[in-house]
Design a protein around this ligand. Structure first.
Ligand SMILES: [Mn+2]
Length: 324
């Protein structure tokens, strides 16, 4: 089934005249790795390609990535020149807005994603919820078309996989994704340098916010879940760019979930004025589908890790926190 879709994607790319690649908003390592790898592949095959995202890419990974240019635009009128538009990873965060506004007949739209639910219907949708990451899917596509990734393309795919498996800590770490990483190691990726320089370095301000979240953590009864908050006041004292906040703080919920006998952990972050981001994490075997909770609040994600954004402000009351 999926091979059939890989064949369709191969056909589309072979006949493309001008491709637009769309990374999801507030880009994470997986969308960056997938988009930059495709960018490099198309560019080296002399197919005109443009990469866009509503938010800037962090420069954390640049040393290891193939070179790329990114344009930040949401102006749909600019998109008429493209005959193929591809969203990679979390296609409900940005790509959805673009394809909803396109005159359908003028473009071929492709979505590549490992998220199990999507609300949009591109012409070709390649999804595999069993895959750890979109970069894992892209690796399998390249294998299908017998394209050997360059070393920097292999780095980019590894960065996406390391990000979405949380350095192989997450339960989405399958035998297949370890095989994929072994294959990428054959391309001589500097794995330990990538991990050390791109994933294990932390700003002091980030660690101090983690400290605040750990201090605010409470066990809720009767569920036994652990919840915590990081308010706007906490964030205002730290020098972390707005667009990097979510990436910097996304591991806090996983850390809280590591406490024994915790069915799930919830962290609420005052992302900006009037917007609260919630992250929910659980461990394999808990029997909890966090994405059901997130979807009730307008968000989404996976069984074990999901998130949502709601309007409001985190406020402290007598002995607890609430969103008003
Ligand atoms: Mn992903």
């Amino acid at each position: 089934m999926i091979n059939h879709k890989y064949a369709s994607l191969q056909y589309i790319l072979t006949h493309a005249r001008n491709v637009l690649l769309v990374a999801h908003s507030r880009p994470d390592p997986d969308t960056i790795g997938a988009c930059v790898t495709l960018y490099s592949y198309l560019h080296t095959h002399n197919i005109p390609v443009t990469l866009t995202c509503t938010d800037a890419f962090p420069n954390t990974f640049d040393t290891f990535l193939p070179s790329y240019n990114i344009i930040q635009t949401c102006d749909i009128s600019n998109f008429a020149q493209f005959d193929v538009i591809i969203g990679s990873d979390n296609i409900d965060r940005g790509f959805d807005k673009i394809i909803k506004h396109l005159p359908k007949s003028d473009h071929i739209t492709v979505g590549i994603d490992h998220h199990p639910h999507t609300n949009i219907h591109p012409d070709l949708l390649i999804t595999n919820p069993a895959a750890s990451s979109t970069c894992e899917i892209l690796h399998d596509f390249f294998e299908y078309i017998a394209h050997t990734p360059t070393q920097k393309e292999a780095n980019a795919l590894a960065i996406g996989i390391l990000g979405d498996t949380r350095l192989f800590h997450n339960p989405n770490t399958s035998a297949h994704v370890l095989d994929v990483m072994a294959h990428l190691l054959d391309a001589h990726i500097p794995l330990s340098r990538i991990i050390r320089e791109s994933f294990l370095t932390k700003r002091l301000d980030t660690l101090q916010l983690w400290g605040i979240a750990l201090k605010n953590a409470k066990r809720l009864s009767p569920s036994g879940a652990i919840a915590s908050v990081i308010t706007g006041r906490h964030i205002a004292t730290k020098n972390i760019p707005q667009e990097e906040l979510k990436e910097e703080l996304k591991e806090v919920a996983s850390l809280l979930c590591s406490v024994p006998h915790t069915p799930f952990a919830l962290v609420l972050i005052q992302l900006k004025d009037g917007i609260v981001k919630g992250s929910i994490r659980t461990e394999k075997g808990s029997g909890i589908d966090t994405s059901r909770i997130a979807r009730l609040l307008g968000g989404g994600g996976h069984t074990l890790a999901s998130g949502f954004e709601i309007s409001g402000t985190i406020k402290k009351t007598d002995n607890t926190w609430c969103i008003v």
